[in-house]
Design a protein around this ligand. Structure first.
Ligand code: NAP
Length: 541
């Protein structure tokens, strides 16, 4: 191995180790910033090493891509509000998958012209097919997830008749086209006398084959690469003319095919349609799981891309993204007590409560209170638990909540936070917001840890949360979109105060009997405003 190549491999290995250390760091808030930094340094090393690759021919294209992509990415990251992070993640996933599909396609086209690889191996073409299939699904699936989350498309599942059969058919077509692409017989050119067959086995291919081509009025150049594709089958690449043929000896005849990328590109198109059809039957409330799964897909597509380019750091990074995405998907499914198959194929989310159902639950039972009344209730409490949800993110109430927490603690009240795994709109959403306001990490308790303590809690302050505290989740009725989802058992506390602006439903679109419970009080208003008014009332009391 030349010294330069060994050095690049060593840098790739260092980058891979930094990625793994970075991921480990990200598993805890205290080490997350360092983890992020380590992984970023790893990525920088990998990029620099890759740019020294002798196969890179045109730096202008790389710089143009870097400028356009960098501008688009920075604008998106700076301008998107925290509440739109799932959409941003969906776009990044989709573009990652799409980029892998296009890049392996470009690599295949180049290889067909006999450029930068000498032969199209099975590893090369099958990795390209796998990366493109998964990347195509990730691209359009993520686009649909983005449209649903952004509200530009209905959040409800779109259940087309016969959708499972259609999806299976499309998958079979993709596999068929991939096989065709890997074997490479397309399209048929002409047949030639058998005399050339022996020549193909030995080194004298050129003359016989060239003669056959000449008889068809086609020219072959002097520089031909021949590769056996198994018994009686060869791949011939004319490096000068930039074309690749597959030659087969069959029943005393040579059959010559032009090897083209057509089946590959048709397969990418079909996979893109499959991505749309796989995601439209999934309800908006299940989008976080879908995004996590598509994230795993984009990682796998990148790993496949790594196999195509024989690039170890891309294989490692893609596999890490793939594995992390699958683990997160499994954890989220477990948090909602659902199987992945149920999320993907059951069309959950059709049932949305009507006004009549909401009236049935709320009529005459909802009690509302003023900030002063709630402040008195909390002042007399020994233990208060704050259960935040999406509304906290919308109103950016984290700083006001932290002030309220400090105030309560200064009065001898024990305060903890109850964190539901799918509260908000992205995994870890509440943790990120509360960390931003310097709420000590030890105060954030995960659902399993805090649930047994609600019975000993005087007041639970639900701030902009709805689905994650909805007791309807305990029902076995499959028409309830969140049926079976574990919830924060806040209704078991002595008193529950819910801060939200109205009785409007949350993400799952269903009414919440908690708001009408005997021990519940509604504090209607914006979360930040109400938290500030609670602090003010506490100071006055
Ligand atoms: P939620 O069920 O969507 O409820 C949020 C509530 O916040 C709404 O009912 C809304 O009521 C209230 N709200 C909005 N703006 C507010 C403001 N400025 N001040 C006060 N309240 C405000 O939220 P959740 O309980 O956090 O549950 C999360 C849901 O999102 C689950 O269904 C989950 O599956 C889904 N989801 C989760 C993720 C994730 O990864 N965490 C991602 C996507 C979707 P008003 O309009 O009456 O104020």
């Amino acid at each position: 191995m030349p010294k330069e190549e060994a050095l690049i491999k060593l840098i790739y290995l260092t980058a891979a180790v930094l990625f793994i250390l970075g991921l480990k760091g990200l598993s805890h808030p205290r080490t997350a910033v360092r983890g992020n930094l380590l992984a970023s340094v790893g990525m920088l090393l990998a990029i620099v090493a890759t740019l020294t690759d002798h196969r890179i021919v045109d730096f202008r294209i790389i710089i143009a891509g870097f400028v356009v992509g960098g501008l688009f990415g920075s604008l998106l990251a700076y301008r998107a509000p925290m509440t739109a992070m799932p959409q941003v993640v969906a776009i990044f996933n989709g573009l990652g998958g799409g980029a892998s599909a296009l890049a392996v396609g470009a690599a295949f086209e180049e290889a067909l012209k006999g450029e930068w690889i000498e032969e199209i191996t099975i590893q090369f073409s099958s990795s390209a097919a796998a990366a493109a299939l998964i990347g195509g699904v990730a691209l359009t699936g993520s686009a649909v997830a983005f449209l649903k989350l952004q509200g530009w498309m209905t959040e409800k599942p779109i259940l087309l008749p016969g959708r499972h059969a259609v999806n299976i058919l499309l998958l079979i077509i993709c596999i068929g086209l991939s096989t065709w692409h890997v074997l490479g017989y397309t399209p048929f050119l002409f047949t030639a006398p058998v005399a050339a067959a022996d020549g193909l086995r030995g080194g004298v291919v050129a003359d016989d084959l060239r003669q056959s081509f000449q008889q068809q009025g086609l020219e072959l150049s002097a520089e031909l690469h021949v590769k056996s594709l198994g018994e009686n089958q060869w791949q011939i690449t004319d490096a000068t003319k930039k074309d690749t043929f597959v030659v087969r000896l069959d029943a005393g005849q040579l059959t010559i095919h032009d090897r083209s990328a057509l089946p590959f590109w048709i397969m990418v198109g079909v996979a893109s349609v499959l991505g749309i059809l796989l995601v439209i039957p999934i309800g908006g409330a299940d989008m976080p799981v879908v995004i996590s799964l598509l994230n795993a897909y984009s990682g796998l597509a990148a790993a496949g891309h790594g196999w195509v380019l024989n690039n170890s750091v891309l294989i490692v990074a893609g596999s890490l993204v793939g594995a992390a995405g699958f683990i997160l998907t499994a954890l989220m499914c477990r948090a909602m007590n659902r199987s992945l198959a149920n999320v993907m194929f059951a069309g959950v989310g059709m049932a949305v409560s009507t006004q009549a159902q909401a009236d049935d639950i709320y009529a005459g039972r909802v009690k509302s209170a003023s900030p002063e009344e709630v402040a008195m209730l909390m002042d007399g409490a020994r233990r208060v638990v704050i259960a935040p949800g999406y509304g906290l993110a919308v109103s950016q109430a984290q700083y006001a909540i932290q002030d309220l927490t400090k105030l309560l603690e200064s009065r001898g009240v024990e305060v903890e936070f109850a964190i539901h795994p799918v509260a908000g709109r992205m995994p870890g959403h509440m943790n990120v917001l509360l960390a931003e306001a310097n709420v000590p990490y030890e105060k954030l308790k995960e659902m399993d840890e805090i649930n047994p303590t609600f019975r000993q809690t005087d007041v639970v302050l639900v701030i902009g949360a709805n689905d994650v505290v909805n007791p309807l989740a305990r029902e076995a009725d499959p028409s309830i979109p969140i049926a079976g989802m574990p919830i924060l058992e806040v209704d078991q506390a002595r008193s529950v105060v819910i801060i939200k602006r109205s009785l409007a439903p949350g993400f799952a679109g269903i009414a919440n009997p908690l708001f009408a419970a005997d021990n519940a009080l509604m504090l209607f208003g914006d979360a930040k405003d109400m938290a500030m008014r609670l602090s003010a009332a506490l100071k006055e009391s």
